[in-house]
Design a protein around this ligand. Sequence first.
Ligand code: SAH
Ligand code: SF4
Ligand code: F3S
Length: 461
Amino acid sequence: MNEFVVPALAPRATASPTGGGGRRVYVETYGCQMNAYDSQAILGRLGAAGFTQVADHLAADLVLINTCSVREHAEHRVISRVGELRRQREQAGLPAAVLGICGCMAERLQDDLTRRKHRIDLVVGVDRYGELPRLVAELFGGRDDPQPIVATGHDRDVHYVAPPELYPTNSSHLVTIHKGCDYKCTYCIVPYTRGPQSEKPPSVILAEIGAIVAAGGREVTLLGQNVTAYRWRDGLDFAGLLAEVARIDGLERIRFLTGHPCDLRPHLMDLIGREPKVCPWLHVPAQSGSDRVLKRMKRLYRRADYLAMVAYARRAIPEVTFSSDFIVGFPGETADDFAQTLSLIEEVRYDTIFTFKYSERPGVPAARLGDDVPLAEKKRRLAALIARQSAIWSEVAAAQVGQVWLAVVEEPARRPAGHWRLRTASNRKVIAPLTEPTPGELRRVRIIGWRASAFLGDPVA
Ligand code: SAH
Ligand code: SF4
Ligand code: F3S
């Protein structure tokens, strides 16, 4: 273990020898929560080097876009956003900012990015953020025509610790516990952009959460591509880590994302059911309900295994809820395969599903299978899956009316006025009118109705 990038917990506003002094940075984040966390780590690092964060890119000297490669659409969005940022500066009569691409696109496309028509000055891969102050100083260093800088490539020993005071003020603090992925599902680019799985040491995780609690945090969300596959050298697995985290005094709730169905073993589900601080919510993507498709995806479980896991969890974890991701139109997916996905969501009765049209990613194993489900058919299947889930959700939600739940106050709801968003331990969102709540506080609400993705509640004394 040679390096942990641990920014100072209180980023100093003073200029540093690396030369950020007085400059302003704007960071825009796409993709998953791993990126949200990394962006905080980037801001912590640059803050310690003397940069100030700004909320408007027009006010920035350095613009960083933290990107996602998981689907083609995600990459297109970033490329068009880069053009838009450039145009807006030109229209405002401002000189170009130093523009950097971070995240998964940086790792996938590397110096290809600097050859595109929107001039990109800096490409920084997911394990290279510790070098940002130095790289940026080079670009600001007064060379007449600085060449773009590309810093990519994986380093399994680099793990970030984001400073807690930079987190948004909602109630859950993100804590990445490992990075990368060794599963290599055939459709997925993540193992290539994030590299092999590598664990943040338990001592670092526990110290990080300790600091969050000391700064007033009461809830953490443990993050990773497959947190349930966590395994430290001496054999501490995810269940062991959860038990250690739960021992931290002052910490009230632990959530985690994402689980892999193969790792949801009985002893882990027993621990989740028994440990009051661990929230009864499992985000365990099934991807498909068809064994034929699951095999071609190399998901390593069958439909029956998945359903057995769900049944065990329902016995072991009181009030457990499930959410999942599904891909429609995977190469070779027939109408019958898709029908089995519909019947799987019928059987499991998820609270929430995230649905995606298959997007072929260059170089991954599934790219050799050919993208043979026509776009119109993918759209039809996606719409059918969403419609079925919405009908199931209405039944699930209707059965909750009249119940009284304890929920954490998160943030003001956009509407109606005076309403707040709350979240139960089982990840159910509730909108309720509250008088003078504090984010992070627990309130009791009676469920009186529901909308597409949230319940409506009334406060109970
Ligand atoms: N590690 C998590 C999440 C990975 S990415 C897991 O294993 O479940 C988030 C979701 O994006 C995946 O669950 C999958 O549903 C979707 N996804 C990944 N690659 C995709 C692709 N090529 N096309 C469409 N959706 C994809
Ligand atoms: Fe991608 Fe599969 Fe790894 Fe999830 S488990 S990140 S879907 S390869
Ligand atoms: Fe996207 Fe990379 Fe996350 S591809 S989903 S930002 S790991």
